[in-house]
Design a protein around this ligand. Structure first.
Ligand SMILES: [Zn+2]
Length: 420
């Protein structure tokens, strides 16, 4: 069983659960990555004995919901959260697609009152502001909520649940559109968020949830999507299973290739749901046997093969005297570097454009985070592209700033040196 566990009865340990959190059904283990540090808990100095927590992915044999068997305590995980949405051309294009999609469904227009859960510094709300009646952000991280307010995006600093939703409703009234992008999987009890939505969303309103799409994660071997903040790995089936228990219905969805594959889910109250879109029915048919262990055999085999291939490639390059850094100190990089055993001995530096991260270290592996300017002044021969989801953008940026020398290594779906 998972290392790091103590006692004879694991189900009684705090944080552990081996029955499905959504339906109570039996789960099976897809992959056990061992003990890992929190992905976003960057260090201010190298440390060899950081606190680590079990990281194992289980799937429910009944409702197919993928979930961590061990969920860390919210406050331990989020109190010093350091994720700032980057300014990115591909994200702006994605926001435009979301806005068009919502408008085509009649869910977004000049009279729409919008609230976003987990709004971070408010990039999406800033984009929507000229197109809607009002915007409001809600974020549990005090530092990012403050940054948003200072930038003119009204943001409430709170965990979103029934209590905070009532509080907001009493001050500002209900909302017509609520957004929860890349945060719905960040809580062990997502139904608490939905209880809040029930209070704040108007009866005819629309809830949009967006998450990395687990079917893509599996198909492309993107195991580094697995880290403690991601307590769930959603599919159409798992979202359906969760919202139906709260009197809501998944009525539509669309798939985007951004970030290695995401799904946008459109949810309405059951009484106002209307018909389910043909597009959703088509997408559902592709999910197949995700509730069966055999579905994941190729995924786990590929992860182990890529681990061998990447270590072999890097060792070969190091023997030739090549300098290797990583590009992108995202949460994914902590899982990737730690699970593949790539520490500062081999990858001394990770380049990242977020000033708040620079000068810090990736936990446990102790790779130092440097700025893009520092990287440009002294480029590595190879960059392991840990933010593979921004591949084209990173390579274009590096080349346009005059670095024609460095080459880029992609960790999946297969380990390869990028062409550009
Ligand atoms: Zn289940």
């Amino acid at each position: 069983m998972t290392s790091g566990m103590t006692g004879n009865n694991p189900t009684r340990q705090e944080g552990w659960q081996f029955d499905c959190r959504v339906c109570g059904g039996e789960t099976f283990c897809v992959i056990d990555l061992g003990n890992h540090p929190f992905a976003n808990a960057l260090l201010s100095a190298p440390e060899n004995h950081v606190k680590r927590y079990p990281l194992a992915l289980h799937v429910c044999a009944s409702c197919a919901t993928a979930q961590l068997s061990y969920c860390a305590n919210d406050h331990e995980l989020y109190d010093d959260y350091l994720y700032i949405t980057p300014r990115s051309d591909s994200l702006t294009v994605h926001y435009a697609h979301i806005a068009d999609f919502l408008a085509s469904r009649g869910a977004l227009g000049p009279h729409t009152r919008v609230a976003e859960i987990g709004s971070n510094i408010g990039r999406l709300l800033e984009f929507l502001q000229p197109r809607v009646a009002s915007i409001l952000g809600i974020d549990p991280a005090a530092n990012v909520a403050q940054m948003a307010n200072e930038a003119g995006i009204p943001t409430v600093n709170a965990f979103f649940n029934r209590e905070s939703a009532i509080d907001i409703r009493e001050r500002e009234g209900q909302k017509d559109l609520m957004l929860a992008r890349h945060c719905f999987a960040h809580n062990e009890k997502p139904w608490l968020m939905l209880e809040g939505v029930r209070e704040l969303l108007a009866p005819e309103g629309t809830l949009l949830i967006e998450n990395a799409y687990f079917l893509d994660t599996v198909a492309r071997g993107e195991f580094d999507q697995i880290y403690h903040e991601h307590m769930y790995y959603h599919t159409l089936r798992s979202i359906s299973a969760i919202v139906e228990r709260q009197g809501m219905t998944l009525v539509d969805a669309y798939h985007s290739d951004i970030h290695g594959g995401t799904m946008v889910y459109i949810i309405r109250f059951a009484e106002a749901a209307g018909p389910i879109s043909p597009r959703l029915q088509e997408l559902l048919a592709k999910e197949g046997d995700m509730h069966r262990p055999a579905f994941y055999t190729a995924f786990t085999r590929q992860i182990e093969q890529n681990k061998v291939d990447l270590n072999t490639l890097l060792d070969g390059l190091l023997v030739q005297g090549q300098r290797i850094h990583a590009y992108g100190a995202s949460a994914k990089s902590t899982t990737l570097l730690n699970y593949y055993g790539l520490d500062a001995q081999r990858i001394p530096c990770v380049v990242d454009s977020t000033p708040e991260k620079q000068g810090k270290y990736i936990p446990q592996v102790n790779c130092r985070i440097i700025s893009e300017e520092a990287a440009l002044a002294d480029p590595a021969d190879y960059y392991l592209l840990t933010i593979w989801n921004y591949k084209d953008e990173v390579i274009r940026k590096v080349r346009s700033r005059g670095n024609q020398h460095s080459r880029f290594i992609l960790p999946h779906p297969e380990v390869q040196i990028a062409d550009a």
